[in-house]
Structure formats: structure tokens, C-alpha cells
Design a protein around this ligand. Sequence first.
Ligand code: SDX
Length: 428
Amino acid sequence: MTDKTAKLDLESGTSEYPVLPGSVGPDVIDIRKLYGTTGKFTYDPGFTSTASCQSAITYIDGGEGVLLHRGYPIDQLAEKARFLEVAYLLLHGDLPNQSELDEFVNSITYHTMVHEQLAQFFRGFRRDAHPMSVMCGVVGALSAFYHDSTDITDPRQRLIASHRLIAKMPTIAAMAYKYSVGQPFVYPRNDLSYTGNFLHMTFSVPAENYEVNPVIENAMRRIFILHADHEQNASTSTVRLAGSSGANPFACIAAGIACLWGPAHGGANEAALNMLREIGDSKNVKKYVDRAKDKNDPFRLMGFGHRVYKNYDPRAKVMQTTAEEVLKELNISDPVLDVARELEHIALNDDYFIEKKLYPNVDFYSGIILNAIGFPTEMFTALFALARTTGWVAQWNEMISDPEQKIGRPRQLYVGATHRDFVPVSER
Ligand code: SDX
């Protein structure tokens, strides 16, 4: 605990609130008793200055461009860890030893198949349905198949549901892609890595023997790690809020997928590539930068800016390196990468972006890589959801295990009509 306090002077008197320190990062003012003491609420739309919970999973220093998962820097994990090592780390708090890793990988591997009847759900969608609509629907439906892991009060069921979600998301995402292109679903294989299996389920066809390209497999591993978790972002907060009501984990993850879909959040990777394609040539970049600076123009540079990072998003740096590696491996000279580099160069030297501390974020380069590998743009956010499921599941488990956790129920500043009596329509 702490003896530091924050004083609040109001006309009704002075009240004090504990100031709680974290292991690193900003202290928080514990205002849980504020309404009971003062009859007043705090007001923070968008939660720009609000800590919704305490967590030990991910720490971001936005000013320094630092991202730690359970203390490990993201660039080290992206370079050295298997994706399932990071998944274990997020879920359990420490990197696994060999026997823990083998047991975890084995459990995930043997949960990758989905119930055969689930395949029928896809057939209800139009072929051109956005993959995120399919992911929302199918993941939400998982709770109809796995009643034996929906009791959130049972730690064993919570763990099984967590493993099922981490294991089945690649299968469901690959099925969403296959359905959209009219190809048969491909069953998971137990002899491939998590990312290799996903590439196999996505790109192999019955007529050919698909070989996973190790450079592409490594790029996907990095991309999944870079997207795995990110503190209390909008979709993670959605999962936590849904979970706080006692909803089953499959429904909570479906809620997270829905929130991630927005272009201001996970949908930005799709929007960023579409924007770079619209710009088309480096000579057009300045025109778009000027539009982004124009207060009367709603246009924003997609893949730029961040609520927390006021420095370069450390994930974007790894993503840029990976983009260059993948394009070289596939012998692709994508003009969009030149546009992205020119856009970054102009923006980072422009007073507007410097003053507002707007830098490329995780979504700026990811689309270039995914496009080069062969994913359609519409699949980009589904891949983000696939990877972020690990973070959502870890955060959900942390919330459920928190003895102080209550149902999330924000209040409001009411600015509507005060009391008035009903008037019959004949008198209106
Ligand atoms: C993700 O929260 C997370 O951690 C998210 C994420 C994760 O891993 O979960 O990191 C993933 O969602 C990354 C962000 C992806 N979104 C985009 O790339 C969309 C484009 N970026 C923005 O819309 C915006 O930057 C946000 C939504 C990301 C952040 O918005 P904020 O923090 O609410 O900031 P703001 O909208 O109040 O902008 C501050 C100022 C504004 O100008 P003023 O009103 O002060 O004059 O900066 C301007 C904005 O107009 N601004 C931009 C801009 N982003 C902000 N101007 C031009 N282009 C942009 N991209």
C-alpha cells in the first residue's frame, strides 16, 4: 500500500484519496470512494487518464516507445521466442521451461480442430462477407459447442477454454479465408508449428503438396508476437467488460473481435494498405500529408498515431524490417513500400506530426507484408484478431482471477431533459 494521497478541495470540503504506485509507470489515484464521499463522478470520455484495472501482463511506456510483456522487451521476443512461448508467458507470467513448453504446445496442438458441424456456420455467409463478420459469428458460436468449458468459476474450465481459443483461432481464420475464395477447408496438421500450420491451412490446396517457406513462417511468427497483447486497448477493454458480467469466454472474445474491427483500431491495417495504394506514387505523398493536416478534411493517415505511443511504436520498427525481408525473399518490389517509406519520411519531418507526436504504429507496415505473402486486404484484421486472442485470453483470465473485480458499470454526465410529464399526441 502507500501513504501518499491526493487531496480534492470542493465546496463541500476536502477529501483525500490514496495514490497507488505500480512497479513501473504512472501512479494512480484510487478514486473508488469519490462518489460516496463527494457525490461527484470523474469525467474521462475515451479514458485518456483512467486506469480501468491493475495488470501484470503488458507495460507500455508511450514516451519512450517501450513495450514489455511480463517484463520482456517486444523486440527480444519478436526475434527469439516461438509464438506459443509468448502465449504461455502472457497467460502464466513466466517463460516456460522445456517440459512446460512441450505440455503447452501439445495441448494447443490437440485443440486446433473445430467441431465438424461448425463448418456449416460458414455456409450461411455470402462468399464476399468480410472475414471479420465471419470471425464474430463463428467465434461467438463456439460457446454452443463447448459447454464443458464455459463455467468461469472453474479454473480448469477456464484453462481449457483458453487453450481452445488460442488453438482454434488460426483454424477459424483459415476457414474464413478458404470460404471467401471457394476452396475446400484444410484440416490442421500436428507436425507443423503454430504459424506454419496456419499458413498450411490457409494456402495449401488438395492438388498440390504445400511446403511452408521458413522465411514466411518466421515473418508470421513475428507478426503474431507483435500483435499478441497491448495493455488495455479498446478491444481488450471490451473483452474485460464483457467478462466482468460473467459472460462465457467465447462470447467475450467475439466481443473483442467486433471492437477490433473498427478502422481506428485493428481495422487500421486494412485501411493503411488501402490508403497507400490510393496514394499510389511517392510524388502524391505530400498531397495526402497536407489533407491529414487539414482540420476541415476528415482524412487521417491510417497506421499513424497512437493513444499511448508518443514515440515510434516499437512494433512498427520490427514490422518495417520484416517487410524488407519478406519482399526480398519473395523477390517482390512493391511500389507501396516506397510510398510508405516516403510517407514516413515526410511525416516525421513535418511540424504537424512532430508537434502532435504522431509516428507510424503497428498497422503501418503490416499490410505490406501480409499482401506480399498473399493475404487479401480483408483478411488483415482477422489475422490481428487471431494473434490478439492470446492477449485477450490472458487479460480475461487475469480479470476473472482478481478478487477486487466487479462488473464494469461506468456512470455519466447527464445533459438530457429533466423531468417532464407525458403529453398525448393530440396535444403535441
Ligand atoms: C491500434 O490502443 C492500442 O494499443 C491499439 C493498438 C493495439 O495494439 O491494440 O496499438 C492497435 O489500434 C493502433 C492504432 C491504429 N489506428 C490508426 O492507425 C488510425 C489512425 N490513427 C488515429 O485515428 C489516431 O491516431 C488514434 C485513434 C490511433 C489515436 O487517437 P487519439 O489518441 O484519440 O488521438 P486524437 O484522435 O485525439 O488525435 C490527437 C490529434 C488530433 O488533432 P487535434 O484535434 O489535437 O488538432 O492528432 C491528430 C488528431 O486530428 N491525429 C492525426 C492522426 N492521428 C491523430 N492526424 C492525422 N493522421 C492521424 N493518423
